[in-house]
Design a protein around this ligand. Sequence first.
Ligand code: HPA
Length: 275
Amino acid sequence: MDERIERINRAAEYIRSRLGGRQPKVALILGSGLGPIADSIQDKIIIPYKDIPGFPVSTAVGHKGNFISGTYNGEQIFAMQGRFHYYEGYPMETVTIGVRVFKKLGIDFLFVFNAAGAANPDFEVGDMVMITDHINMMPNPLIGPNMEEFGPRFPDMTCAYDLELQKLALDCAGRLGLDVKKGVYFGSTGPTYETPAEVRFFRSVGADLLGMSTIPEVIVARHCGIRVFGMSAVTNVCNTTNTPVNFNDGHDVVNQAEKVVKGIHALLSEMIKHI
Ligand code: HPA
């Protein structure tokens, strides 16, 4: 068998053996500073990534490294508390392993959360921005022999971010009185932040949010038919001029993202009840 698939199967089987028959349909991936959302999960089974065969460990700032099973507002879910990034040096197959493991475990819906910089001048630090589309400037995670059992060689990406989930999010936000903006996420490898010239360029081609994650997970999820909802927490407004800033190491991003946790928690609790 394809050794990539053997690795996914080994990880999924190990996790299944620890779950006592739980079978959620929804999974979350929590990025920089958003790990505390996992504090709201009840009846937790916590499996550190280091215990899962074939799983890497998260090395990024603010990424804990736990696979969690539990309930969120009464509904069964999985959560990855901490994700893997291409800039950490992992191949794309490793960056996205969690998504294919979710698929093997029966997940139908994936909620991806990240910290992002704002290229859109209308956005402010602390905004919650629903991702409506993306521009991928990282290597595509589906390069290589196609894993036929997961999906087709040339997956459609016209509605990568599920339209019904977007509508549900806006309905829920309206009921809760939460301000949710919409934007296109532009993903590059990092680990450098963008130069002002790059920010101006990316903005001019339609970027609202700049980040270094998420898109590989979304591509792999869409390849295998998982429906995706994405949301960014705006942690900084990107600089468009060459003026020195004293902001922008990973710790600042984590600190700012933590301020958005409450809003995301409220929205997610409401959405999960209506899926
Ligand atoms: N650029 C890229 N990634 C980021 C940023 C940014 O400004 N802020 C948080 N993640």
